[in-house]
Design a protein around this ligand. Sequence first.
Ligand code: SF4
Length: 478
Amino acid sequence: MSTFLGMPVTAPRGVGHLRGDQSFPDAAREALGNAQLRRNLRHATTTIRGKSGRVIAELPDWQELRDAGSAIKADAMARLPELLEQLETRVAEAGGVVHWAADANEANAIVTDLVRRTGSDRVIKVKSMATQEIGLNEALEAAGITPVETDLAELIVQLGDDKPSHILVPAIHRNRSEIREIFLRAMPGVDPALTDDPPVLAAAARRYLRETFLSTKVAVSGANFAIADTGTLGVVESEGNGRMCLTLPDTLITVMGIEKVLPTWQDLEVFLQLLPRASTGERMNPYTTMWTGVTPGDGPQNFHLVLLDNGRSAVLSDPAGRSALHCIRCSACLNVCPVYERTGGHSYGSVYPGPIGAVLSPQLTGVADNASLPYASSLCGACFDACPVKIDIPSMLVHLRNKVPHGRAERAAMAAAAYTMDRPKLYASAQRAAKLARILGRRGRGLPPPLSGWTAGRDLPEFPKQTFRDWWAQREQP
Ligand code: SF4
């Protein structure tokens, strides 16, 4: 059982399973058959990669910034309880109210109750991974409250009755003609003569959202950062929709994963350089909104901060996996991942797709429930190189593979291999026996059952004519 600041908590809710009981390989196989999806993904990830690479190359101290980001996060995780209590005190001093949610059910109940108490039956939302993780929209809808996503890509996903497939670009799997069809079908008051010209599509969303911003009294947001020593919350975004949600309503409710806390205001200097360059390929975020509690006569007059655990304490207790909590959700690891580029986000079955999803989802909700995800990687290491806070995702994937429950046959095969490799003479005999495989299966042909599953999706490599041991024994001495 996980704990929340030393208290036992119930198991976290699944992080929004999107593919039912399908394993990653099955879901990926389906996605690979969708040529349009693959074209959309290739175009989008190639474009973001190129942009990001160019602005990162402008900074001579990028590697030092990565080291600093990694060190600040490690320090924050090492004293998380202390920082969270400091944050709570500062937020309360500034007129906000802090709520603690051990799991998704508790967080959803807190937010639903807060909205009900305002008398509003609609909320506007800033794009937030934490609220997706807990299924807040579904919980609000069940309580008769309409959540309206205001980030353009999230709005496309919501109107299309779809699921996000990328952390930063949730509608990355949609092209503009698909978006036009969604708007025509589901956007209230849309012009029937709508074209698929991107500025025309953006203008249609803008018209719809303006009216909603001005008539909704409650907003729900996530947070990119929280500063413990000032009680300040921060959201970075590109469209200005976040700024509208964070300033116009009477009541603001922020749901934030507990790992987002940073010790000091000065730490932002590092993250506000790392995040935009690694994520959208911009030198700075177009909109950076910071707020501390409430200010009379300016902005929301009621502020609630919901601090969400939902499995994070359990991740923190694993020394080999805890650095997954350093993630700043930039999505750089998705954009460089050859597996993600081909399969898209839905195959991962979680709101956290790509390499970070392959480690975070099993950690948050249990390896047994996500047994195929640690294998959704070629371990090429591109994610590690791209990560602005230097999370060693490949090592974590290997660590999680060791925790996946394996079948009896596989366990027996691995035990036999370990026994053989421990005994040099036996190993040499096994190598000689393995030459038999050249007769049983040749390059381009699969191995016979029961090993045929291994060669169903990969070529059998050519066996060398001579083993290393034979070569070593026969080599000419200097
Ligand atoms: S793991 Fe690193 S690269 Fe991936 S989303 Fe998180 S911070 Fe970005």
